[in-house]
Design a protein around this ligand. Structure first.
Ligand code: SF4
Length: 375
């Protein structure tokens, strides 16, 4: 049965093999079932792909040799593989991953360890990319300046986490603890792949990261925020706000011209109504741009739409961007206003500035005219 189906499949796939990592978990099971394989085989293959990080069928040693060779003929395992890494003095590590496609695209992801006083890494966060470049063109963001090339598959997103997790286990003796979708690209613009990657990374047969330790960020794609509210996932939602009135937001985030703060408010209220989960606003504080008393008061109003907290992020200056990191006295004044109005707000100091790994700094620079690295 299997062999004859494989022959048919081989003919059908004469030009193109099926990338197993582009299939959802259900899709993988259906695909293998269509080849006449029993359901336990699907669990085995899933574990090889997403628990043991197999990059070839040869590694799948609990499948017979014949089955491995048959699969090899009709299917592929496309892997985003580590291309290079840079280490910061603060322990942050920036990875460059090469995607397995003719475009030779590359994306960046970051390992951010937080250490306790005795030097133990207690929180180990991975910041992943979801797209090669980005089409939203926020003026402060290095990725936005690259333009948009393509979205990643969920397999390519998961691969970044697995590769970084291997370093975490080697270096700190434990797996990563948190995942944030805040690297290159707008996660909700690659909605399906991002949601599937969350399911795989939190699957007990995958890396088994609790969904409450996963944060998906968005510039405010209202339709997808509402869609995400229906997913029944336990992940956190973070809104990249960065300005608290439409005029300033239009200035630095072109998406606000079509999806303004009123639209965002409606989506956020819907999300909270459906999920009962507080959300986070990310606010890059720029010197003499969005750091006035009025800006703080506007932010207070937004923070009250639904239960939420605010992360005030210290910007890492990006070459060619006129907006600059806020000065300390202006930061303190801004924070005082938030605290006075009972907003839960935390200042996030930048990590990995010396290797351009901070918020808004991710971009493939070398030979990057078309977003392709020649590093
Ligand atoms: S901040 Fe996010 S949405 Fe805006 S350009 Fe950068 S990656 Fe895209």
């Amino acid at each position: 049965m299997f062999v004859s189906l494989v022959v048919m499949e081989k003919t059908r796939q004469a030009i193109k093999k099926t990338d197993l990592k582009s299939l959802t978990k259900t899709g993988l099971s259906e695909y293998l079932a269509s080849l006449g394989l029993k359901s336990y085989r699907s669990d085995q293959v899933f574990q090889w792909l997403y628990q043991k990080g197999a990059a070839s069928f040869d590694e799948m040693t609990n499948l017979s040799k014949q089955l491995r060779s048959e699969l090899q003929d009709i299917a592929d395992i496309r892997t985003a593989s580590e291309f290079s890494r840079q280490e910061s003095i603060d322990g942050t590590v920036k990875f460059l991953f090469k995607l397995d496609d003719p475009g030779e695209f590359k994306v960046e992801a970051v390992l951010i360890p937080d250490f306790s006083d005795d030097g133990t890494a207690n929180r180990i966060t991975v910041c992943v990319s979801s797209q090669v470049g980005c089409m939203f063109g926020c003026s402060f963001c290095a990725t936005g300046k690259m333009g948009y090339f393509r979205s990643l598959t969920h397999g390519e997103i998961v691969d970044q986490v697995y590769a970084i997790n291997r370093l975490s286990e080697e270096r700190y003796g434990k797996k990563i603890t948190n995942i944030v979708y805040m690297g290159m690209g707008e996660p909700l613009h690659n909605y399906k792949a991002v949601m599937e990657s969350v399911r795989i990374l939190s699957d007990p047969m995958g890396l088994d990261i609790a969904q409450r330790r996963i944060t998906v960020s968005t510039v405010g794609l209202a339709r997808q925020i509402k869609q995400m509210a229906e997913e029944n996932l336990g992940v956190n939602l973070a809104i990249s706000l960065h300005a608290a009135d439409d005029e300033k937001r239009n200035n630095i985030m072109p998406i606000n011209e079509s999806l303004n703060l009123e639209t965002l408010e409606e989506a956020v209220r819907y999300y909270y109504y459906k999920t009962d989960k507080p959300l986070t606003y990310e606010y890059l504080l720029f010197d003499e741009f969005n750091d006035t008393e009025q800006d703080a008061k506007n932010l207070v109003k937004i923070a009250r739409w639904v239960p939420s907290k605010v992360n005030i992020i210290m910007y890492n200056n990006v070459a060619g961007v006129t907006l600059k990191r806020v000065r300390e006295d202006r930061l303190n004044r801004f924070m005082k206003i938030l605290v006075k109005h009972s907003v839960t707000a935390t200042v996030r100091r930048s990590r990995g500035d010396d290797i351009d790994a901070g918020c808004g700094q991710l971009a493939i620079r070398e030979g990057s005219e078309r977003g392709k690295s020649i590093a």
